[in-house]
Design a protein around this ligand. Structure first.
Ligand code: UGA
Length: 456
């Protein structure tokens, strides 16, 4: 077995298995494998497994493909469809399965439950101590009450004795997931008992060496809540600045971008996550805010503030079409361009993307919609089918349209000049939904309406 020299001590490298091959699972797997750990990923989906075995990620993430190819080629990462073999051949298992929303917003724990049963079966056959690490985002008490309970009941073994459990939430962002995995700003360990926490801490000490980030050790339910509180806080910053943006639009000359800069200079506020826009999307913030609201109500606490975060976000997206109507009036039969479909730049992910709502809203009003995204066109085709036209570049998208809405702030769109719009559009009307254009420059030749920009 390989070993690390950590703080003068030789620490054998643990073998790691990972259940789930989504963003968190695959990036964690590749991260450990890139530093010479033996990693076995496992998925129930044979098609996904076949891709990973060939070093091909089943989704796009910057830098993932190169790294995956390397670690598969070097033999550090294997992918199995058999959970049992993965668990029996390793000492630590990370659980990274998805925790989607139910129709009422509460969390759907079916994949956690299923993996707990599978792990329990494998534990029955295991002689040595095994550590289970829950990385999936789960509502407080899930690990203790559901996960541990299933493991103990169905393996016949005791947590804290034959096996251990930690909750270890993940804070990586899509688009910079590999960087975030290798350079996290903190590690949260919610331990069932001291041995569990020590085992995971020692794994991370070996992994990060001198670059070890701050480690915060706590109990499982606090760790579970930290993940939700973190995402809800980020969502709150976005909804807050969007509320200020809506106010700015009613104050001639006011500009939310400068307000954000001004308040961001206060160390207590900080400059990040204050970009006003059409609202937050993606597979995490919307789902986690909804789940926290549902959990809060179930726990007997009325989540007034968190409810407001969600409500502000729910209506913010409608600004896009309101602005468009302000510029061109009735949308029936009008050719409208939508630039950007992914929920943020750097990804092809369209889960809960604001673009879907903007496009549907435009179609409902009778507009003819042409869309473009540097990466997400294939995903968009699955969603919109032939209800919209697909362009092959930004300029192709805006050609002959009467209004262009910027929904995602890709660099390719930032680089468009006012002249590009004047030259290619039938009428140069632009809705800047992500504040990427300089209003002063643009307003010389383009009719520009932008989120958080007061009319002059
Ligand atoms: C988010 C968190 O940032 C991660 O820390 C967390 O690990 C992850 O969720 C998760 O729970 O798995 P991610 O969904 O990749 O990461 O995306 P973010 O970068 O947080 O952006 C979310 C949305 O907020 C995007 O639609 C983005 O456009 C929007 N946003 C973000 C704004 O509108 N304004 C901002 O200033 C920042």
């Amino acid at each position: 077995m390989h070993a690390w020299l950590v703080e003068g001590k030789i620490i054998p490298k643990k073998r790691i298995s990972i259940i789930g091959t989504g963003f968190v699972g695959l990036c964690t797997a590749v991260g450990f494998a890139s530093k010479g750990y033996d990693v076995i990923t496992s998925t129930n989906d044979p098609e996904k497994a076949a891709l990973i075995k060939r070093g091909i990620p089943p989704f796009y993430e910057s830098k993932l493909k190169e790294l995956l190819q390397r670690v598969v080629g070097d033999g550090y990462l294997r992918c199995l469809t058999e959970r049992e073999e993965a668990i029996l051949n390793t000492e630590i298992t990370f659980v990274t399965v998805g925790t989607p929303s139910q129709p009422n917003g509460s969390i759907d724990l079916q994949f956690i439950e299923k993996s707990a049963y599978e792990i329990a079966e494998a534990l029955q056959k295991k002689i040595a101590y095994h550590l289970l690490v829950v990385k999936s985002t789960v509502i407080p008490n899930t690990t203790e009450k559901m996960f541990r309970h299933i493991l103990e009941e169905h393996s016949g073994k005791r947590c804290g004795q034959e096996f251990g459990i930690c909750v270890n939430p993940e804070f990586l962002r899509e688009g910079s997931a590999i960087h975030d995995t290798l350079h996290p700003d903190r590690i949260i360990i919610g331990e069932y008992d001291k041995r569990s926490g020590d085992t995971l801490e020692s794994l991370y000490r070996g992994f990060y060496g001198p670059d070890l980030p701050t480690i915060l050790r706590t109990n499982p339910q606090t760790a579970e809540l930290i993940k939700y509180a973190n995402n809800a806080f980020l969502a709150m910053k976005v909804s807050f600045i969007n509320s200020i943006a809506n106010l700015c639009e009613r104050i001639p000359g006011a500009d939310v971008a400068t307000v954000a800069k001004g308040i961001g200079l206060d160390e207590r506020v900080g400059p990040l996550f204050l970009r006003a826009g059409l609202g937050y999307g993606g597979s995490c913030l919307p789902k986690d805010v909804k789940a926290l609201i549902a959990f809060s109500r179930d726990s007997g606490y009325e989540p007034t503030l968190i409810d407001a975060i969600e409500e502000v976000n729910r209506v913010q997206v409608y600004r896009a079409v309101e602005f468009t109507e302000k510029l061109v009036g009735d949308l029936k039969e009008k050719q409208i361009a939508v630039l950007g479909l992914a929920f943020k730049p750097g990804t092809d992910d369209m889960r809960e993307a604001t673009s879907t709502k903007v496009v549907n809203d435009l179609l409902n009003k009778g507009a003819k919609v042409v869309v473009y995204d540097p990466m997400a066109i294939d995903k968009a085709k699955e969603i919109f089918d032939d209800r919209v036209s697909y362009a092959s570049s930004a300029l192709d998208c805006i050609r002959n349209t009467v209004c262009c809405i910027v929904v995602t702030e890709w660099d390719e769109f930032r680089n468009l000049s006012a002249e590009d719009f004047v030259e290619h559009m039938k009428e140069p009307n632009v809705v800047d939904g992500r504040r990427i254009y300089d209003p002063e420059k643009f307003r010389r030749s383009v009719r520009l309406v932008a989120v958080g920009l007061g009319d002059y």
